[in-house]
Design a protein around this ligand. Structure first.
Ligand SMILES: C[S@@+](CC[C@H](N)C(=O)[O-])C[C@H]1O[C@@H](n2cnc3c(N)ncnc32)[C@H](O)[C@@H]1O
Length: 347
């Protein structure tokens, strides 16, 4: 963690300022490797582990070695205080994505750049902004946006995907990584010039509530960019929901193994051109998320079936959310296959 992040951080429970105690500073990377953040009045404590400030309530379960090492530095028995159980479904979301983004963390410059620019955006759109990536995963979009002139970017994620994000982008001077829940963010309100959340909020228990919780962190005049799954053919989504009831409960290793069975279909589609046959390609799209590259297809198919929540939304619905939170100049990007890209400016 860079000390400069501290000015934007507050206790997620009380919004108080946090005091920093450094346990270990990395002289080579100019980062705090291990430490503690403590709220000034209420004395809530949050660890800094592997260079990342961690605000999830089950940090003791995820990082037991850290709490073993620093037992004496935390006032209350760290294992009861930091070992809170998440709800069953929250646990599935956190575990599933942690597993996914520790296994798959391939940077694909062209794909990631195109995704960041979808909706005819330019580098200028991002320039000179303090930006939050809400649900950053392994940081592929931070990795593009951090290069644009004058940007400072903060990535937040609920899962141990933050470990991958830290390895990939976290040590660049204008990048910060935080582990926290979007429903309880550790930031001052009205901090960011731009918040984007791409492919994330539909994986929370309630997309709309998640959006409403996030928008107060945008500065007046700032921008929110949202990408959520779009609702094209509701009966198909109902069937997918039914299948997902089972797949989201399978052991993650087994589900990933099952996704390898997609390979023959990928071969037919991309080597023998079957993807141009309309009915066949629609059927394939129902079960698999294919692109030209097999590793990407494998991961995207796994990503399609493991999440506990996958909500689908209509554009009109998403636009209404933006209006309700006093955004104007709301635009919808037409160029995404499975998602709506909606952005707006906050009054
Ligand atoms: C499909 S991934 C997308 C990651 C990234 N935006 C990307 O496009 O590569 C969804 C991410 O949302 C994160 N996530 C889900 N629920 C969350 C929550 N309540 N708080 C923070 N992050 C959450 C997951 O951990 C996961 O990394």
């Amino acid at each position: 963690m860079k000390e400069s992040l501290l000015k934007w951080l507050v206790c997620p429970l009380t919004q108080e300022d946090l005091q920093l105690t450094v346990f270990e500073y990395d002289q080579n990377k100019y980062e705090i490797k291990e430490g503690r953040l403590k709220s000034v009045v209420s004395s809530n404590e949050y660890p800094i582990i592997n260079y990342i400030p961690v605000f999830v309530p089950n940090s003791g379960n995820i990082y037991p070695e850290f709490f073993n090492k620093y037992q004496k530095q935390f006032f209350v028995n760290p294992f009861s205080k930091y070992g809170k159980k998440l709800s069953h479904n929250e646990g599935l979301v956190q575990k599933g994505f942690g597993y996914e983004w520790r296994k798959y963390k391939t940077v694909s410059e062209k794909i990631d750049y195109d995704f960041v620019m979808a909706g005819n955006l330019t580098e200028q759109f991002y320039a000179d902004k303090l930006i939050l990536d809400a649900g950053c995963g392994f940081g592929r979009h931070l990795n593009i946006i951090r290069r644009f002139s004058g940007t400072e970017v903060v990535g937040v994620d609920f899962s141990i995907a933050v470990l991958s994000a830290m390895e990939i982008v976290g040590f660049f001077p204008n990048v910060h990584i935080v582990q926290a829940d979007l429903f309880r963010l550790p930031f001052r309100l009205q901090t960011f010039d731009l918040i984007y959340s791409w492919g994330v909020l539909h994986h929370t228990p309630d997309t709309k509530t998640a959006f409403f919780r996030l928008t107060p962190y945008v500065k007046p005049g700032g921008i929110f960019s949202l990408k959520v799954y779009r609702n094209i053919f509701p009966p198909a989504h109902q069937v997918q929901k039914f299948i997902r009831f089972f797949t989201s409960r399978l052991p993650l290793g087994l589900l990933r193994f099952l996704c390898f069975f997609a390979y023959p279909f990928h071969f037919l589609n991309y080597r023998l051109g079957f993807r141009h046959i309309p009915i066949w390609s629609h059927l394939c799209r129902f079960f698999f998320k294919f692109s030209e590259d097999w590793p990407v297809s494998l991961n995207d198919t796994f990503d399609w079936w493991h999440p506990r929540y996958n909500h689908y939304h209509k554009t009109a619905e998403v636009k209404q959310w933006f209006e309700a939170m006093a955004f104007n100049d709301i635009t919808v990007a037409p160029d995404l296959e499975v998602a709506w890209g909606v952005k707006g400016f906050r009054d």
